[in-house]
Design a protein around this ligand. Structure first.
Ligand code: URA
Length: 183
């Protein structure tokens, strides 16, 4: 939560209506404040239609960070990432790798559900990316797994096709990054 929000909250003033504009210099030192900031975010129109901000879930000290695209209907209703059909598949993939959700941290590129599950707009991705960057900086994973085109292109800052991105291990700020198909 920003200092401005904190002070207004101390005065019992509702801050949920304030349009906060995250920027990549936002450097929140812990997960709780970052999550609170995201939950109060009105930087794009997705905040008008969401039921919940889906910030992310899992082990904040995980070596593996998994990044999807955006919450779907089930995720929007529950506030947790990958709980619907894609989540079941992701659980099976993790299980086959002898991993569970407790070993990893799972989040999305965009934290609010795009209506009708459309692809997030580039403006929405842009507004939401500072949250993702801060999550990466706080978790400091040893490996990032980007699921799908949106996550891959956001981190690589390139318009590559997924079949091209899959071909090699990339680096995101010296962290190995693999891009694979979305489940
Ligand atoms: N697809 C995603 O990319 N993220 C979710 O949380 C669910 C489905």
């Amino acid at each position: 939560m920003s200092r401005k929000h904190e002070l207004l909250n101390l005065m019992n003033i509702d801050t949920s209506w304030i349009k906060n504009i995250p920027n990549s210099k936002m450097n929140l030192s812990n997960f709780t404040s970052l999550e609170l900031e995201a939950k109060n975010c009105h930087a794009c129109a997705l905040s008008n239609t969401r039921n919940n901000v889906v910030f992310g879930k899992g082990n904040q000290k995980a070596k593996i960070l998994i990044i999807g695209e955006a919450p779907g209907k089930d995720e929007d209703l529950s506030g947790e990432p990958f709980v619907g059909r894609a989540g079941k598949l992701l659980n099976e993939i993790l299980f086959s790798m002898k991993l569970s959700r407790d070993n990893v941290y799972i989040t999305n590129t965009v934290k609010c559900r795009p209506p009708e599950n459309r692809n997030p707009l580039s403006s929405e991705v842009e507004k939401c990316t500072p949250y993702l960057i801060n999550q990466i900086n706080l978790i400091k994973p040893k490996l990032i797994v980007a699921l799908g085109k949106v996550a891959g292109q956001t981190l690589l800052k390139e318009n590559m096709l997924i079949k091209e991105m899959r071909k090699k291990t990339h680096q995101y700020n010296d962290i190995p990054l693999i891009v694979t198909y979305h489940p």
